[in-house]
Ligand binder design. Structure first.
Ligand code: GAL
Length: 431
């Protein structure tokens, strides 16, 4: 299905205009079999490089992919742009949407069924069960997953630790000990705390290490009031307070990728962040697992908090159906899965793709994922939209931010608020 020239021009023009006003990058590659515009929030160096892999692979097949990227870690700006594009009748061909929001968008009637692509590609066999389920709505495939990211990581500059005389942490006390030593050596112990999304990401990792997978699921997936207001949750908040003491007080407003850069340069010792940080580490010429160590967030419990980036496909769009199908098909090809995930820091979501040539941290991620799957310790990330939809996630983020910004708030009060705010937001979203 090929659209007329003016339609295609208008897609490219509107994206370019938006890119100029919002400071984002939009690249178009010449092709004539059709165009797909792709709304996403991948604007850091490694993220843009990863998207370019897809753009090039589509161009090689004769399709043009307009990379409609909106800056803002975690995607809050991109979500606003998506909503405004409905109003201006300019929906993208595909948009980065994850977790339960996939189902919500599907209910609007604006998404497109990609069953034929999924069937031809045997998606129900090549994807892990829970991920395959999340890409379908009312029995139809509406979204395509790209990867599996892990959230609960520490990225540690080994040389900075050596300089400070600190050992690699193995539990919470040794983690705090390392932070003390880094501080005494004049190195910012933790790069982080720039915005609410970053702080929520830190809290995500802390909650899992403190309470474990069953606690995590009860609290953030089931929204069980007892778990949300529990002593364990209060303990996680008190640990966040400890972390905060070791962050740069002038770090507000700094992006997650800037913070990764500080760790790579040894200006900060550690970052608590999902493994998209690994993409930046590699992009900066360092090797994850060598100069920069990766260890799971230490605490009393192991587990794997996952985040699968995915793209929902839209109907009522100026993009061409053939290009949308090619986009979805190419994203799950073994070649793309290797090239993209190597650059992005994640691991392939398609099963059976070789990790030959991937760094040691990717290999550890895959091993830990499988282990967690066996031990029932695999949980969907609340901070990355995998566990709850917008309103509930927003309420949880608000409580974490309030606690972080108000040093007089006690961990117990924060845990109580977490339960009441999440319940209220959940009730409102059901009305
Ligand atoms: C997450 C996304 C990751 C990464 C990060 C920072 O929401 O899933 O892939 O890009 O935001 O932008």
């Amino acid at each position: 299905m090929k659209k007329t020239g003016w339609l295609r021009t208008s897609v490219v023009a509107s994206v370019s205009a938006a890119a100029l006003t919002m400071g984002m990058s939009a690249t178009a590659v010449a092709a004539d079999k059709g165009t797909v515009s792709v709304l996403n929030w991948w604007t850091s160096g490694s993220e843009a490089k990863s998207m370019h892999v897809l753009q090039q692979m589509l161009a090689d097949q004769g399709y043009k992919m307009v990379n409609d990227a909106v800056s803002g870690g975690g995607g809050s700006n991109a979500r606003t742009v998506l909503k405004s594009r409905i109003q201006s009748d300019n929906l993208p061909g595909a948009a980065q949407i994850k977790g339960p929001e996939i189902q919500q968008w599907c209910q609007t009637g604006l998404t497109q069924n990609i069953d034929s692509v999924a069937k031809a590609g045997n998606w129900s066999k090549i994807l892990p069960g829970p991920i395959a389920k999340g890409m379908q709505c009312d029995g139809h495939w509406v979204a395509v997953p790209f990867n599996i990211h892990r959230i609960n990581w520490l990225w540690i500059n080994k040389a900075a630790m050596k300089k400070a005389g600190a050992d690699m942490p193995t539990d919470w006390p040794s983690f705090v000990d390392a932070l003390k030593k880094l501080k005494a050596a004049g190195i910012t112990p933790i790069a982080g705390g720039g915005d609410n999304w970053q702080v929520a990401t830190e809290f995500d990792a802390i909650a899992m290490a403190t309470g474990g997978a069953d606690f995590y699921r009860k609290a953030f997936v089931d929204l069980n009031a007892e778990a949300l207001s529990s002593d364990t949750m209060a303990k996680a908040f008190s640990r966040l307070r400890t972390i905060q003491k070791y962050e740069d007080p002038n770090g507000t407003g700094l992006s997650w990728n800037h913070d990764t850069g500080l760790v790579v340069k040894g200006q900060a010792g550690i970052q608590i962040m999902g493994d998209w940080a690994k993409g930046e580490i590699t992009n900066a010429g360092s090797t994850p697992g060598n100069e920069i160590a990766c260890i799971a967030m230490p605490g009393e419990h192991d587990g794997f908090i996952y985040n699968a980036d995915s793209f929902e496909i839209f109907s009522h769009t100026k993009s061409d159906k053939a290009a949308q199908d090619a986009f979805a098909k190419t994203a799950l090809s073994p070649k793309f899965q290797r090239k993209f995930n190597m650059a992005k820091g994640s691991i392939p979501v398609r099963e059976g793709v070789s990790l030959k040539g991937f760094d040691a941290c990717a290999k550890k991620s895959e091993k830990d994922f499988k282990q967690a799957e066996k031990n029932n310790a695999l949980v969907p990330s609340f901070s990355q939209d995998m566990a709850e939809s917008g309103a509930v996630k927003g309420a949880i983020f608000d409580v974490i931010a309030r606690f972080y910004n108000d040093k007089s708030m006690t961990p117990e009060a924060a845990a109580k608020q977490m339960a009441s705010q999440a319940k209220q937001a959940h009730m409102m979203s059901q009305m």
